[in-house]
Design a binder for this molecule. Sequence first.
Ligand code: FPP
Length: 253
Amino acid sequence: MFEKFRKPKKGPVAISEEEIVKGPIPNHIAIIMDGNGRWAKKRSLPRTAGHHEGMKVVKKVTKLASRLGVKTLTVYAFSTENWKRPEDEVNYLLKLPQEFMGTFLPELIEENVRVRIMGDKDAIPAHTQKAVDKAVNDTKNNTGLVLNFALNYGGRAEILDAVNHIVTDFREGNLQKKVDEDLFSGYLMSAGLQDPDLLIRTSGEIRLSNFMLWQLAYTEFWFTDVLWPDFKEQHLLEAIYGFQKRGRRFGGI
Ligand code: FPP
């Protein structure tokens, strides 16, 4: 029954950037970058090698998304559940943002990309926080693509956090209005961003894994068997091409 969510059986659609920009480009693309471990295992490499290769793919995808005029790209870099992994892997994953920013920040600035973070930043190591804060600060006046890192992020924690903030604001007399969808969205970590139009998950897994539970209510889902380190520009174009073929009704007819 999930087959219809998968890419068409005919195989990859060779679609060019020039062709894709003639159709609607999703304003916000969110990606669950899965399959790094399996990619490494297939090559008898440590899992961390898969994460490193995955980081390089984020660079390529960011550049293409920026060229295509995507407004926001959210990448699930570390979930609140990822702490359950072996300590070495956790440490490596939490060091990657530092390497990413260290090697890529000048290009991000040149590309007019604004970096943003959503997640519980306080629990991540100080060196990572520092690198991330610098990237956010150095790009804060950029007006192009927003590259939003979900880092130590969990959808349920985000919703609970919003509810608790609302309760506090209400108790302290700072909130008199009825809580509606817009107001609630403003309390989420994604405040100010549009909800994703397109969600991509790689590696053949078909689940949300606690990702943007509120924001994905009307998002189009695109699942592919490609492992994240193997994800190429062409796969992003293919996903957007699939998105352009969907009829979005938002509950209407
Ligand atoms: C899931 O693959 C992936 C992650 C838990 C981490 C994703 C992180 C990256 C792609 C690195 C990007 C980081 C930056 C800073 C740009 P998995 O390890 O669960 O793979 P598996 O299911 O094959 O084991």
